[in-house]
Write a protein that binds this ligand. Structure first.
Ligand SMILES: NC(=O)c1ccc[n+]([C@@H]2O[C@H](COP(=O)([O-])OP(=O)(O)OC[C@H]3O[C@@H](n4cnc5c(N)ncnc54)[C@H](OP(=O)(O)O)[C@@H]3O)[C@@H](O)[C@H]2O)c1
Length: 178
């Protein structure tokens, strides 16, 4: 039987629910002693499509990388501006529910919501997220860019698995039907 592809949020967060500091630093995350790549490559193999917000895309493009890190996957960047597509990404400005419905109706591997908080908030409101995998750093930031925002939604989750990567704790949830 063909299983429908899933939309999965996989992201690292501080214990108090921030994904970056106010000035977009992730240094606090890279300073944590993990184990290997903390499950990233195993997860990465399960997806062929990546969704990100424009600010996360800008953050990636500001890093001194030799090549685009998600080459070979379909990468969609959400923005309300009109931006020309590149060799690696397509810029999207359309109704989120319709877009996700279309993606889900195609066959393929899972779809990764890479972040950041603004995009997560937009997608979570559509109630189309199937799984949430949080990698929690042993850090309390006290402020920054929030993982989840206040909004008109309520999701019930089921905890499927917990893993430890040295100082990181990974919580794996399925989103229950609402
Ligand atoms: N801890 C982690 O694992 C992790 C992972 C990813 C990102 N981050 C960090 O998170 C930060 C960025 O997060 P953020 O919350 O500030 O921004 P973001 O979610 O990456 O991007 C927000 C932007 O996405 C666009 N957008 C969002 N929803 C949209 C919709 N429904 N339709 C069209 N466009 C939409 C808008 O772009 P326009 O303004 O262009 O219209 C919006 O300003 C960065 O510092 C990044 O490093 C951390």
């Amino acid at each position: 039987m063909n299983q429908k592809r899933k939309i999965v949020l996989f992201i690292a967060t501080s214990l108090d629910g921030y994904i970056a500091t106010k000035n977009n630093s992730l240094d606090w995350l890279f300073d944590v002693e993990g184990d290997g790549d903390n499950g990233f490559s195993a997860f990465y193999q399960t997806v062929d499509t990546i969704l990100m917000g424009r600010r996360t895309y800008d953050w990636i493009m500001n890093q001194e990388l030799d090549s685009f890190p998600y080459e070979g996957k379909a990468c969609y960047v959400f923005t309300q501006s009109v931006v020309n597509d590149t060799k690696y990404v397509k810029f999207i400005n359309e109704d989120m529910t319709d877009f996700l419905d279309r993606l889900k109706s195609r066959s393929g591997k899972n779809i990764w919501i890479a972040g950041g908080g603004g995009l997560i908030n937009s997608i979570i409101k559509t109630k189309q997220v199937d799984e949430i995998i949080l990698t929690i750093a042993p850090t309390i930031l006290g402020g920054g860019i929030s993982l989840f925002r206040e909004g008109d939604y309520h999701l019930n989750l089921e905890l499927k698995q917990m893993k430890r990567y040295n100082q990181f704790a990974e919580l794996y949830y399925m989103v229950k039907d609402v």
